[in-house]
Write a protein that binds this ligand. Structure first.
Ligand SMILES: Cc1ncc(COP(=O)(O)O)c(C=O)c1O
Length: 409
């Protein structure tokens, strides 16, 4: 199987001018790792919709042998994402959870232990607790923003890795990546950062000591609600080889067409993330003043309890806001059912604004006690602020709040 390095060398031999270390983020987002088609000159990497590859002779191939192992369109996406996260290696998967599954299968054996943030994507919790636990993997969900709690969780067990999501979905609580990396290293564990909510445009986990970065590319990386996909990025060659091996062994690779769509989407990730953040700040300021809002979390607001940490490790607040409204569950349901421009939907990270009820949607499989301990209350509403004109979003939310007020208890 061709490695990223070999593919880059092939690109450079073909006259490409890709210089990852000398270009800025937005330039890399447009160009990194792309190879103009040698036969037609087509600027965009084609969709190599092929299962197999003609070999010149036995044992002599061009780096691709079968599309479960590697595919040129998927490899082009991998080179792009690796350049954006600032590391050598990337493998892409059919979904974000397929990436998490490969991570776990590559790193864990029966008897191993995982420490994870208490508020992480519900599917990550389900995978660890309902799929891997019967194979003898134990997992512990702790407040990874609390240094003492994190150290305690790592003190008496053989923990293979610490898995953090920062900001955490959906509470938006932050974990100090640099500190978590130090604590994990001292305990002989790896630090895995799910960077889905901010992307490398707003947060650079490898610069802060992360060993592996995970993405659901379904979200901001692709950004247009058009695909599902995942990625694992690593600096270390051996880790990367383990991920590639497991991906091939279980058949979890991304398909060429969604990979191609993701390459198109990621070209604008820097522009989109900046605009998502500006819009979200406008909407958060509106929510901050609204009398029905009782609790509000947005890392870009000065009132956010971890605002100083947000400024240290994120370059802006991101698109996600979570809030609770007064008036009980009935008011919450009325609010969610009354939006017209915002779409009531699972997912986050798209150009369109999405509104979600985590307790009944994305985190429904997380046991109630665990959900509540993590601050995912029944009244919590999550907004993934899109790229619409924020004045239109605020108008839509205002009329939905007015409807909610009618039934507020
Ligand atoms: C932060 C985070 N990580 C991982 C995933 C899983 O990704 P996918 O839905 O692409 O499998 C999600 C999905 O919502 C997510 O929000």
């Amino acid at each position: 199987m061709a490695t990223t390095t070999e593919q880059l060398a092939a690109y450079q031999n073909a006259g490409g001018e890709f210089e990852p270390n000398h270009q800025s983020f937005d330039t890399l987002a447009l160009h990194a790792g792309s190879i103009a088609d040698p036969t037609t000159g087509a600027l965009l990497t084609p969709i190599y919709q092929t299962t197999t590859y003609r070999q010149e002779a036995v044992g002599k191939d061009k780096g691709f042998t079968y599309s479960r192992s590697a595919n040129p369109t998927v490899s082009a996406l991998e080179r792009r994402l690796a350049a954006l996260e600032g590391v050598e290696h990337c493998t892409c998967y059919g979904t974000g959870l397929a990436a998490t599954t490969v991570l776990c299968l590559a790193l864990l054996r029966s008897g191993d232990h995982v420490v994870a943030s208490e508020a992480v994507y519900g599917g990550t919790v389900r995978l660890l607790q309902q799929v891997l636990a019967p194979f003898g993997v134990t997992s512990e969900f702790v407040d990874t923003s609390d240094e003492t709690a994190l150290k305690k969780a790592l003190s008496n067990r053989k923990t293979k890795f610490v898995f953090i999501e920062t900001p955490a979905n959906p509470t938006l609580k932050l974990t100090d990546i640099e500190l978590a990396a130090q604590i994990a290293r001292q305990a002989g564990a790896l630090l895995i950062v799910d960077n889905t909510l901010l992307t490398p445009a707003l947060q650079r986990p490898f610069d802060l000591g992360a060993d592996v970065v995970l993405h659901s590319t379904t979200k901001f990386i692709e950004g247009h609600n058009a695909t599902v996909g995942g990625a694992l990025l690593a600096r270390d060659q051996e880790l990367h080889e383990r991920f590639s091996f497991i991906r091939n062994a279980i058949g979890a690779i991304q398909s060429p067409f969604p990979a191609w769509l993701t390459i198109q989407g990621v070209k604008t990730v820097g522009l989109r993330m900046a605009h998502h953040s500006e819009n979200a700040l406008r909407v958060a300021r509106f929510l901050e003043r609204h009398p029905l809002v009782t609790r509000l979390s947005y890392p870009g607001l000065e009132s956010f309890p971890q605002f100083a940490l947000a400024r240290k490790q994120q370059s802006s607040g991101g698109a996600l806001i979570s809030f609770e409204i007064s008036g009980g569950v009935a008011a919450g349901i009325r609010l969610m059912n009354s939006v017209r421009l915002c779409a009531l939907a699972e997912n986050l990270g798209s150009a369109e604004t999405l509104i979600t009820h985590p307790a009944s949607m994305t985190h429904a499989d997380v046991p109630i006690a665990q959900r509540q301990a993590a601050g995912i209350t029944d009244g919590l509403v999550r907004l993934s602020v899109g790229l619409e004109d924020p004045a239109d979003l605020i108008r839509d939310l205002s009329q939905a709040f007015a409807a909610a007020e009618e039934v507020a208890q």
